[in-house]
Design a protein around this ligand. Structure first.
Ligand code: CAO
Length: 456
């Protein structure tokens, strides 16, 4: 015949710990070690597992109750075999988890005697990163040390929520908790995934998500209306997508920007001449920059490369597809001009005209924005001197171009007026050394400064 037993709070190392979740109700069928309640001390959250399988007859606690060792959580009609079976504690699999089952408590309704009290929960083996996956159980069970189980900087989340996050491939460190004391709830994980999908980012965990653990402060919450009149304007879809990509690239890539000047006096004279001969075509300075970049990529193949997902291999590309940042009313897009090494200045001018028009008319397809090897971001038509473009991952470098200005340059005998183009080369320092970047930038400036070489 089935037996009624009480599940009690084990030795948790603290007294008067608040119950923040009751995870079962009367009538629930529960498995041994299934979590019954969640407790939260000032240092830790911990779930108390069922000492035996059975059916919950009555729950004796509610959220907000403060409990100590021995408090009755629930009365459980215990399965026959569970009564006979010895407790088999199992280690948890993550931070903040307490997955060891307390030993069977004294039968109801007797008050707990010292020898009947639930066994303490072991706290070892659950520090960050060393949680065992198997089911080997420690024989001794020292009282729970909450600070070991739940280090202060680890996210608050129950084992069930951690399991849920793992199932979805979410790095729990990335999720902001909305529960009491920043506790992560199921809805927080779902909201994180929804946001990641909407923004084009991947809710990854594991090695490829090593950006996890930045431990950034939450975004400041400010009631701007308190300070004056405001208007709300939702971000466009493009802004959301490019914003998420830019944020990831800025956070994950160690950027360095190398500045250089190119004397483009001759190039500009040639460009004007070419424009007069081809009035139906806009010959942008950008087409010369694309040519120069292709020459530099051939000379320095490390720039025409991408790190693979593991970050341990460099993929060197034998093709030359160049991405061009285009400013549109809805935000920044980066269409790609393919096989730039096989195209002349006029072909490139035609392609550039087409992609910028398509970009501004929102007619670019995903295929036209993928496969780039290196990007150019030109603000030359607007102004400014130098800036720091953000590398367009998985590319390893990007060229920022600013507005050319006439400057006096020393030619060995005198100062002469020359048209100078400011270049800003940002690169991924994991892949490219500073010396190599300086050589690349100098080579680029030489190419732009020597029109004959560029046209070869
Ligand atoms: N120095 C001086 N003048 C320049 C120049 C430079 N480096 N680059 C272009 N110009 C001139 C052009 O020749 C053109 O002059 P004309 O009207 O006399 O022909 C004028 O500036 C305007 O050029 P443009 O910007 O319209 O065209 P473009 O071919 O040079 O560039 C494109 C095309 C698509 C790159 C550009 O329109 C664009 O969108 N740039 C912004 C890119 C951007 O936002 N980057 C930032 C990314 S990070 O947020």
């Amino acid at each position: 015949m089935a037996d009624l037993k009480e599940a009690r709070v084990p030795d948790i190392g603290h007294a008067d710990v608040p119950v923040i979740e009751v995870l079962v109700k009367a009538g629930d069928r529960i498995e041994k070690e299934q979590s019954l309640i969640t407790l939260e001390s000032d240092k830790a959250t911990m779930e108390v597992p069922a000492p035996f399988a059975g059916t919950v007859k009555e729950v004796k606690l509610k959220v907000g109750d403060e409990v100590s060792e021995g408090a009755v959580i629930a009365v459980i009609e215990v399965d026959d075999e569970a009564v006979a079976a010895p407790p088999s504690p199992a280690p948890g699999d993550g931070r903040g988890e307490v997955a060891q089952a307390p030993a069977a408590p004294a039968p109801a309704p007797a008050a707990p005697k010292p020898e009947d009290k639930p066994a303490p929960i072991a706290g070892q083996g659950v520090q960050p990163g060393n949680a065992p996956e198997g089911d080997a159980a420690p024989s001794a069970r020292p009282p729970l040390d909450a600070s070991i189980v739940m280090p202060g900087d680890a996210p608050y989340a129950s084992p069930a929520i951690r399991a849920f996050a793992r199932e979805l491939g979410v790095d729990i460190q990335q999720v902001k908790g909305s529960g009491r004391g920043g506790r992560i709830q199921r809805d927080d994980v779902s909201a994180y995934v929804k946001h990641a999908l909407a923004s084009g980012a991947r809710p990854v965990s594991g090695a490829s998500a090593s950006v996890g653990g930045l431990n950034l402060l939450p975004w400041p919450k400010v009631d701007f209306a308190k300070f004056g009149e405001i208007e709300e304007k939702p971000l466009t879809r493009i802004q959301k997508i490019s914003g998420a990509n830019l944020a990831r690239n800025w956070a994950m890539i160690p950027h360095v920007t190398q500045h250089e000047d190119a004397d483009i006096t001759e190039m500009e004279a040639f460009r004007k001449k070419l424009g007069e001969e081809n009035k139906d075509l806009k010959i942008s300075p950008l087409v010369f920059q694309i040519k120069a970049v292709v020459a530099a990529l051939k000379q320095f193949p490390q720039f025409n490369a991408s790190l693979d997902e593991s970050g341990e291999k460099l993929i060197l590309k034998k093709y030359f597809h160049i991405g061009i940042a285009v400013d549109t009313p809805d935000g920044l897009v980066v269409p790609v001009i393919r096989d730039c090494d096989k195209k002349g200045l006029l072909d490139l001018a035609r392609d550039l005209g087409e992609i910028s028009k398509k970009a501004r008319e929102k007619k670019l397809g995903p295929a036209e924005m993928s496969g780039g090897c290196f990007s150019i971001s030109s603000l030359g038509g607007i102004g400014g001197t130098y800036f720091t473009p953000i590398v367009n991952a998985p590319e390893v470098a990007i060229l920022g171009v600013s507005k050319s200005v006439t400057k006096p340059l020393w030619n060995g005998k005198e100062f002469a007026p020359r048209l100078v183009l400011p270049l800003s080369l940002s690169y991924d320092h994991r892949v490219i050394d500073g010396a190599l970047a300086a050589r690349f930038a100098a080579f680029l400036a030489n190419q732009l400064g020597d029109i004959r070489r560029l046209l070869l």
